[in-house]
Ligand binder design. Sequence first.
Ligand SMILES: Nc1nc2c(ncn2[C@@H]2O[C@H](COP(=O)(O)OP(=O)(O)OP(=O)(O)O)[C@@H](O)[C@H]2O)c(=O)[nH]1
Ligand SMILES: [Mg+2]
Length: 305
Amino acid sequence: MLNAKDEIKKFKAGFVTISGPPNSGKSTLLNTLCNAHLGAVSQKPHTTRIHVKGILTTENYQIVFIDTPGFIKPVTKLEKLMEFETKRALKYDADITVLCIEPNIKILEKNLDFIKSYFNNSNKEIITTVTKIDIYDKKEIEETKNLLKKINNSSIILEISSIKKININILIDEIIKKLPVSPPYYPDDILSDKWERFFVSELIRETVFELYEQEVPYSVAVSIEIFDEKRIPIYILAYLYVSKKTHKIIIIGENGKKIKLLREKSQEKIKNFLNKEIKLEIYVKIRENWQNDEKFINKITEYYK
Ligand SMILES: Nc1nc2c(ncn2[C@@H]2O[C@H](COP(=O)(O)OP(=O)(O)OP(=O)(O)O)[C@@H](O)[C@H]2O)c(=O)[nH]1
Ligand SMILES: [Mg+2]
């Protein structure tokens, strides 16, 4: 018979979706929880397009986090895919969901309907996190918590900061309490379900979000055409697709200065991520209105899956 000590030792494992309004800090939380740069992060909303799994394994548990795109009212086919990715992770994949809410009343009110329907449609345990508390004052954090309690008073609410690592361990403890007893889903040395090519393309896309304004980052899709590990340094050729001619001109910039910066910054990030020397080349291509071209979207997300 099992004694109490053995009970504690029982291995726990499960899936945890990270959801919430755009720009609320979901991907940053994934990266902090997994201690790796897995999700693309930017100051602009709708950075994440496809779900990304981050796997945290210890002696006693394995948590498979699923970062998802922010809540979206889809218009284009790409946005429909983003919405599908969010809903799929919520409905089928997760044992628990972590809802990320930035304590900004204006943004919160804008997303209230999404948040309400999230609580109504989820049949899973929800842990609500009020994010980025290092940059908000107490009053705003309290107001947010009160509003959230009005919507749902059964979910735990934790105040967190992923950047300052505040209450991250408490969040992990709360998740472990709710995790089912189960063998691990992945080998203990696996950090994500995605291929290196995916992270390489996302690091380039993240840099595009950093360097370009307005609609340009949303016009960009990245495809890794060559990833040649036999060459030293590793040779990577990326095609950067834009949906308009004018965007190509903006991406390249005067005398090619802007794309040079994009190449250099992306190369540095990829080098740090892979921990290997690399040589990156980027070609810009026009693919008009690709956001509504299902075939193209499938091609571009082929190695994402
Ligand atoms: N100060 C502070 N900023 C944060 C924190 N977490 C995230 N941010 C910033 O908030 C912005 C959005 O972060 P992301 O992690 O990309 O947000 P997201 O929810 O994944 O966004 P989408 O994928 O676009 O829905 C970035 O500029 C982050 O650096 C935090 O704990 N503190
Ligand atoms: Mg994100």
